[in-house]
Design a binder for this molecule. Sequence first.
Ligand code: C5P
Length: 232
Amino acid sequence: MGKDVIIALDFAGARETFEFLDKFEEEKPFVKIGMELFYSEGPEIVREIKHRGHKIFLDLKLHDIPNTVKKAMAALSRLDVDMVNLHAAGTIDMMRRGLEGLTRPDGTRPLLIAVTQLTSTSEERMQKELLIAAPINDVVVKYAENAKAAGLDGVVCSPLEAKMVKEACGSGFMTVTPGIRFADSDKGDQVRVTTPEMAREIGSDYIVVGRPVTAATDPVEAYRRCVSEFID
Ligand code: C5P
């Protein structure tokens, strides 16, 4: 497991995605394919991007009965991606079965991480609509502990939660953190943001960066800036 910057390919289709990736002549960045692109283009786009030599985080956030998640994970593991995820809210049993499904006959598998509470869920809504009475930070830590108990590799969380997760689950338990912005750039719709440098100091293992790179005038330069602030 190495520290890396993952670019969120939040594009509507293959044409926009490849126009973007073609700008990178020297580097092969680690990329994230989410629901929008996967549901528009299907598994073929995963194979094509893999074939071009990129590492892939397939961000499909599975959440269903344990048997269905196990079988879906087996299908994803055949796509030869490097990282996939599911919702910790599906219970420890669902996560364990997902891990079983993901593991290939030769024992290898992509990294498996869990979504704790989405950063779009406020504590107020969680308590009022979902009737989860605990403070949101306790819920995030509990879900991370459940993911660890199920044998997963880590969680997706905000960089501000990464510190608590590392304290509870140990430094070897991975944190993958979105919500990254440069100190001098626009936050967009993200509320709790950190810079790549702060994410490094907090101890994130991977940062997920979308618009600060995809919408930059010079995406390659913006990507290099993320790498130099986060890793170098
Ligand atoms: O453009 P931006 O840098 O805000 O993109 C962040 C990426 O990380 C998006 O693909 C978004 O869906 C994802 N993400 C997030 N917050 C989470 C989980 C995933 O922003 N809690």
